[in-house]
Design a protein around this ligand. Structure first.
Ligand SMILES: C[S@@+](CC[C@H](N)C(=O)[O-])C[C@H]1O[C@@H](n2cnc3c(N)ncnc32)[C@H](O)[C@@H]1O
Length: 310
């Protein structure tokens, strides 16, 4: 995990993971938690939570003391809190997909695996792709990244009027509570200040107008939701870094529900998921009916860069 932290951009967690890998108090707190790779993420998430709650100050320079002083609380946190992240930057990768399918009708968004639902507010953020921008200049959050070969400028003249925001998650995070907001912030790595700032601003937006978050397995819930949709609006089902965790047969169920319902029209599908064959790792794909699934871009997993291929 130390190598992983190093590679993905946290020098702080890499150094701490190395320094404490064989520390008996870590073994005591984390126990035999499986999968093993998740242990450090849960443990650092717990320490970061204590820092954000003001229980400890500057915990990283004196980690061992913090682990000792908060042993029982951290043991409970590690056991009870699966890693929960909501990466708002992925909206920068998703936006060209939304604009590609927008057809002027009101949009009813359905997100599969939204975590806290922060990406259901993609239309409230501002975006920059080189010279191109989209969204209000007053938006409290601007997202930008490295874009190569597109997206085509004409896309950015499209407008999107979102009417409904619904998400289905096994463990939705309620950021209207202090605990929910803090859990989400705690799982951002403590030295990734840009990510922390983004998630905080997005939480502020979500708090003013909380989305509808349904608790459940979307493989089961989605068909019923689609059957009830309003055909006068365009229902846009989307997901990022979520379907990739499903078993093959469950993924097939989601896809067949979408194809089945797509035949009735008024449905679009925007997908940002892992594709093993590509160097950037992820792909942006869209589909409307009648029509084929189209791959628009290759994406970095956290939405920091994009290569337009459509
Ligand atoms: C890695 S997070 C990604 C969250 C968000 N889509 C983003 O890009 O930031 C994956 C989310 O999918 C949810 N999830 C995975 N499989 C699910 C399922 N079958 N039903 C409901 N939620 C699921 C998890 O609970 C988690 O919140």
């Amino acid at each position: 995990m130390a190598d992983d932290f190093e590679r993905v951009g946290s020098k702080l967690y890499a150094a701490l993971a190395r320094a404490h890998a064989d520390d008996p108090i870590v073994a005591e707190i984390v126990g035999d938690h499986k999968p093993y790779w998740e242990g450090p993420l849960r443990l650092f998430g717990g320490v970061h939570y204590l820092e954000l709650a003001g229980v400890v100050q500057h915990p990283w320079a004196k980690l061992r003391g913090v682990l000792e002083a908060n042993r029982d609380w951290l043991t409970r946190f590690v056991a009870e809190h699966p890693v929960q992240t909501n990466e708002v930057q992925r909206c920068w990768g998703l936006l060209p997909g939304f604009l590609s399918v927008a057809d002027g009708r009101p949009l009813d968004l359905v997100e599969l695996g939204p975590s806290a639902g922060l990406n259901l507010f993609w239309d409230r953020y501002r975006y920059r792709y080189g010279e191109q921008t989209w969204g209000s200049s007053e938006a409290p959050l601007e997202l930008s990244g490295e874009a190569e070969g597109g997206p085509p400028p004409a896309l950015f003249s499209r407008r999107a009027g979102v009417r409904r925001r619904t998400g289905i998650d096994r463990r939705p995070v309620d950021v209207t509570t202090d605990h929910g907001a803090r859990v989400l912030e705690a799982f951002v790595w403590a030295d990734q200040v840009d990510r922390l700032e983004r998630v905080r601003r997005a939480i502020e937006i979500a708090r003013t107008d909380p989305p509808r978050l349904m608790e459940g397995d979307y493989v089961e819930v989605l068909p019923g939701l689609l059957a009830e949709r309003d055909l006068d609006a365009l229902t846009v089902v989307f997901h990022s870094a979520s379907l990739m965790y499903l078993r093959e047969e469950d993924r097939a169920l989601v896809e067949s529900a979408l194809h089945e319902e797509g035949k009735r029209g008024s449905l679009a599908w925007v997908s940002y998921e892992y594709v093993a064959s590509e160097a950037l790792g992820f792909a942006l794909e869209v589909q409307t009916w009648p029509g084929e699934r189209r791959r628009l871009a290759l994406l970095h997993g956290h939405g920091s860069s994009l290569e337009w291929i459509a």
